[in-house]
Design a protein around this ligand. Structure first.
Ligand SMILES: [Zn+2]
Length: 351
């Protein structure tokens, strides 16, 4: 089969990999229909996070081609969403809802595990990992939103849930990438009354507004902190979503949050100073978040997607096919794209 291969920083190429086969009775083989590039893939692309040479990509939807004899609840021909980390559904962490820390789990697309940016994927622990989507004949817009549930919409949701966003809250969203934009959808969905988005890019500002942002601030750093404090009469916001992961974005999120509140942090940390602990203690601001337990969130978000209440697939503003996957990375690296979709296969099932 053909798949995107990480050959080192700035070197994503399409190459041949062995066709995946069932190696454990709990495996399934999924033929990928849509995949995409994650902001975290960019850290690998830029050489700022380590990544094994070989398969890459952890977000995909597709059709089940084959299942091992112990797979329950998923059958050949099913249309499925894969959360970006597979999980057993039974360990203590899974039972607590933190499927992203499953003791038997791992992410797709690294350490030799098939990547979503390829024609097919061996999915370990398939019965407890894959989420079946009933029905067929979905529009392209719906397919994009279903793909977003593999990671980005669940990650935005995790930021909002971790920050404790509730009805009537004033929420700040730091980061206008796809995760931040999905964080706006999530904050609105949880009832936020006012959502302040930090963005200086006109296209992203427009999408932020259509997702529910009520205020847009183009300022950065200290000026952004000052502007949010002014908007909230010097109090600070009830919850902040940190969706970037840099030292400055974490510092901004902590600074705009009122005492007693929590920053939901989901950006992959790079250059975050340990002195933020001083802020956490002396401003009485909490910090929680981490890797989104997508498998735990997909069912409730899927209902909202299928019923048209949320349209997170609108974050995809660049599209290509597997042959041109390198361009999908370049477009995001150069910030020409919010998030790149990679069209891989047809949804029609082959029986
Ligand atoms: Zn588990």
């Amino acid at each position: 089969m053909r798949a995107a291969l990480y050959n080192g920083p700035h070197a994503i190429e399409v190459g041949d990999r062995p066709d995946p086969v069932i190696t454990a009775p709990t495996d399934a083989i999924v033929r990928v229909v849509l995949s995409c590039v994650c902001g975290s893939d960019l850290w690998y692309y830029r050489g700022e996070s380590p990544h094994d040479l070989g398969p890459i990509g952890h977000e995909f939807i597709g059709v089940v081609e084959e299942v091992g004899r112990e797979v329950r609840g998923i059958a050949k021909g099913d249309f499925v969403i894969a959360p970006f980390i597979y999980c057993d559904g039974t360990c203590a962490h899974c039972r607590a809802g933190v499927t992203s820390q499953c003791v038997a789990g791992a992410a797709f697309g690294n350490h030799g595990i098939d990547g979503g940016q390829g024609e097919a994927v061996r999915v370990p622990l398939a019965g407890s990992t894959l989420v079946r989507v009933a029905g067929s004949g979905y529009s392209d817009a719906m397919m994009r939103s279903l793909l977003s549930l593999s990671d980005v919409m669940c990650t935005g949701h995790h930021a909002a849930v971790s920050a404790g966003v509730k009805s009537g809250d004033v929420v700040a969203v730091v980061g206008d990438g796809a995760v931040g934009l999905c964080g706006i959808i999530a904050a609105r969905r949880l009832g936020a009354a006012r959502i302040v988005a930090l963005s200086r890019n006109p296209a992203r500002q427009e999408l932020a507004r259509s997702f529910g942002a009520t205020d847009i601030l183009a300022e950065r750093g200290d000026a952004a902190i000052e502007a949010v404090r002014e908007l909230t009469n010097g109090v600070g916001v009830d919850a902040a979503l940190e969706c970037v992961g840099t030292g400055q974005s974490v510092a901004t999120a902590l600074a705009v949050t009122r005492p007693g509140s929590v920053v939901g942090i989901v950006g992959v940390p790079h250059g975050v100073d340990a002195s933020i602990a001083v802020t956490i203690v002396f401003r009485n601001v909490g910090l929680r978040g981490g890797v989104a337990p997508a498998r735990a969130y997909i069912p409730e978000l899927l209902t909202d997607v299928l019923e048209g209440r949320i349209n997170p697939g609108r974050v995809f503003d660049f599209e290509t096919d597997l042959d041109h996957v390198a361009e999908a990375y370049q477009a995001m690296d150069e910030r020409r794209a919010i998030k790149s979709l990679v069209r891989i296969g047809a949804k029609e099932t082959r029986r």
